[in-house]
Design a protein around this ligand. Structure first.
Ligand SMILES: NC(=O)c1ccc[n+]([C@@H]2O[C@H](COP(=O)([O-])OP(=O)(O)OC[C@H]3O[C@@H](n4cnc5c(N)ncnc54)[C@H](OP(=O)(O)O)[C@@H]3O)[C@@H](O)[C@H]2O)c1
Length: 266
């Protein structure tokens, strides 16, 4: 089987790295507009077949769309004449908001489509991706799954609308976490610590808490309870936050993200 990348920037490169270590893959073609990025990829592995536009699509190819959603229309216009004329093709798409139907409308044949919602920790293989498959064929799906696993864990859903929920939870999720990190540091500075101290305290607290989640085999609630002694400081903080409506505030944020994901869908 061959793999063809249409766009290979940040996320594409993470998927490409995973593809390079999969033995079921023969050739890897990369269509990438930016010359500097093509040069960087050539240095990564000299076997890659790099080009700035699609000129050929070998049969038996998994085509990975990894361009920004705003570049999708042009990418689809360029690639679909080849996709519709080649044999034995499947599509893996990581573009936010681009639905399976969007691809199906331009296809002359029914081919497997794997719609993936990755997140940025995937850049360091510590991500979690949501996946909806139009069908799970025996040939392409196992390879697609291995490639997506290069970004971290994989959560499969049977209904495509759940990709919008995944977008709100794990797609946007890292930003909620970074906002908390920023706020911890901001509070520390406001109350007398230097910016450097505040930054270190906030970063290491969030990083370390993430490691505990990964390594301790305890639920977030159990880990929270480990820090929260009766009538102590953490209990005072959490009681105040809950009383001030933190749950409603966060849930309305998550729900706004899901709604926006639906609105932006093509
Ligand atoms: N859930 C998440 O947190 C998350 C995170 C990251 C990415 N994503 C999804 O992943 C996708 C890729 O994001 P990214 O950050 O990797 O983007 P990126 O770094 O901008 O990479 C896309 C690359 O594709 C190139 N390109 C644009 N149009 C092309 C075309 N028609 N043919 C070939 N190459 C083309 C771009 O070149 P130019 O710069 O010259 O246009 C760019 O180098 C996005 O659709 C995004 O929705 C999701």
């Amino acid at each position: 089987m061959n793999v063809v990348f249409i766009g290979c920037g940040n996320m594409g490169t993470a998927l490409l790295r995973a593809s390079l270590s999969i033995s079921d893959i023969d050739d890897i073609y990369v269509i990438e507009k930016r010359k500097e990025q093509r040069d960087r990829l050539k240095e990564m592995d000299s076997r890659l077949v790099l080009s700035d536009k699609i000129e050929v699509l070998p049969e038996n190819s998994l085509v990975i769309f990894a361009v920004k959603p705003q570049d999708m229309e042009a990418a689809v216009r360029e690639a679909f004449p080849y996709i519709n004329n080649a044999k034995d093709i499947a599509i893996l798409s990581i573009a936010a908001g681009i639905t399976v139907d969007y691809y199906k409308k331009q296809l002359s044949n029914d081919i497997p489509i794997f719609r993936v919602m990755p997140n940025t920790p995937g850049l360091v293989s510590a991500g979690v991706s949501g996946v909806f498959c139009s069908e799970k064929d025996k040939e392409f799906w196992p390879v697609a799954h291995k490639i997506i696993s290069g970004l971290g864990e994989v959560v499969e859903v049977k209904e495509e609308k759940l990709i919008d929920v995944i977008t709100a939870v794990s797609g946007s999720g890292p930003a909620y976490f970074f906002l908390l990190t920023e706020m911890l540091a901001e509070y520390a500075v406001q109350n007398g610590l230097t910016k450097g101290q505040a930054d270190l305290l906030a970063r290491r607290t969030c990083y370390g808490a993430g490691i505990l989640l990964e390594r301790f085999g305890l639920s977030p609630k159990e880990l929270r309870e480990m820090v929260t002694s009766k009538k102590g400081t953490t209990e005072a903080a959490i009681k105040t936050m809950l009383k001030s409506g933190i749950r409603d505030i966060l849930f309305s944020g998550f729900s706004a993200a899901e709604k926006r994901a639906k609105e932006l869908s093509l």
